[in-house]
Design a protein around this ligand. Structure first.
Ligand code: ATP
Length: 368
């Protein structure tokens, strides 16, 4: 017997509103090119995707964010018909993913997470094959491929065999395949992974043009700059469900109205003294920043989330410089809460590794 999906938990109001819009038919296949209605996936008893509700229109790019294992690729695979939906349904250009997957597939361009390209063919040969599969007449293929190569900075690599291409250039070929024939829906699973920074920016510009020409894009990414550059809306997935939905700017405004304060307490000669230093520092922080929430303590490193827009940076530095004179603080750092941290905060993995946080200690300086 199949398990029913779990009841909704702690989603943000925007997620619940999107669910209501889908369930009440305000968002429906005739108004949105992509519609997910309570889309759910079980792998045996494991709930990988839990009742997703979403509508994405033409001229939109939706970003699927979340830590490894959040359920992004599983969602993608249901969208392109690689995986069967366990409960609920989805529609691409009005075609049901349950009833008309073959028709739905004709509307989708897909860039998978890992490249699946034949190594002995050249990039051009692969793109010609893909054009022909899309039903493009052979005499049009060359001009389409040249335009795509230009748009993705691939001109110099088209005649090389795939097995001799770098990882980033293989991603470009894979992205070009997804764009061939201007499909109305384009799904890109981490399209820029492995690309150098200038190629990434070039790709982002190209994807913005594709979006603005009327395509409906969905992409997964771990790169928040990418999300902010291309996506009109984004959803952060946690354990297979959306935790929040909105434009990247909206998510930042809603969840990132604060800063992170990391405090390194002076080492002590014995455990008792160390504990006393920590307690003294905690008392100082919590008295001076009443909205400070201790998120983690790792040895002598305290990490606080201070959710306030009211305090000025100059005042924070002033207070912390004063703290260094009166309590046993060795050093501290401040950073603004950005979209990347919102993502990790919602996934409870913000503080897994301090090295991952784009801040380093320097005498009171903000370094990002
Ligand atoms: N074929 C499968 N059988 C069983 N479990 C699976 C299968 N595919 C994925 N899962 C599980 O489903 C969950 C979601 O995986 P998914 O690949 O969708 O995550 P993701 O968000 O795309 O992660 P990443 O960022 O690493 O790509 C994970 O816990 C994964 O182990």
């Amino acid at each position: 017997m199949r398990l029913r999906p779990t009841v909704e938990g702690t989603e943000d109001t925007d997620v619940l509103e999107e669910k209501n819009r889908v369930r009440s038919g305000i968002i429906r296949p005739s108004t949105h090119d992509i519609v997910l209605k309570d889309t759910t996936k079980y792998f045996k008893k494991f709930l990988a995707v839990n009742q997703l509700c979403l509508g994405v229109k033409k001229y939109e790019c939706f970003g699927l964010l979340g830590v490894n294992g959040a359920g992004k690729t599983t969602t993608f695979k249901m969208l392109i018909g690689d995986l069967k939906i366990s409960f609920g349904d989805g529609w691409i250009c009005r075609w049901s993913l349950k009833g008309n997957i073959e028709e739905a597939r004709t509307c989708i361009g897909y860039c998978p997470q890992s490249d699946c390209l034949l190594g002995n063919l050249t990039g051009k040969e692969i793109l010609i094959i893909q054009c022909l599969i899309r039903g493009i007449p052979i005499f049009h293929c060359n001009s389409i491929i040249i335009a795509l190569a230009k748009a993705l900075k691939l001109e110099n690599h088209l005649n090389n065999k795939i097995k001799h291409l770098s990882g980033g250039n293989k991603r470009k070929i894979q992205t070009a395949i997804a764009l061939i024939g201007k499909p109305p829906v384009i799904c890109l699973d981490e399209p820029s992974s492995g690309m150098d920074p200038s190629s990434k920016v070039f790709l982002w510009n190209t994807l913005c043009k594709v979006r603005d020409s009327g395509s409906c894009l969905v992409l997964t990414t771990h790169n928040m700059d990418e999300c902010e550059a291309i996506c009109t809306r984004a959803g952060i997935m946690v354990n297979g469900a959306f935790q929040c939905l909105g434009s990247p700017q909206y998510l930042k405004n809603k969840f990132a109205n604060g800063f992170m304060l990391m405090v390194k307490v002076k080492k002590a000669i014995n455990d008792q003294q160390a504990e006393s230093n920590i307690e003294e520092t905690k008392l100082f922080i919590e008295t001076n920043f009443p909205l400070a929430e201790l998120k983690e303590r790792h040895e002598n490193l305290l990490t606080y989330l201070v959710k306030s827009e009211q305090i000025e940076w100059a005042a924070i530095f002033g207070t912390m410089e004063k703290a260094k004179k009166i309590v046993a603080i060795e050093d501290y750092s401040l950073s603004q809460f950005d979209l990347e941290q919102v993502n990790r905060y919602l996934n409870n993995s913000l503080y897994i590794g301090c090295g991952e946080i784009r801040v380093r200690f320097a005498r009171g300086n903000l370094l990002r």
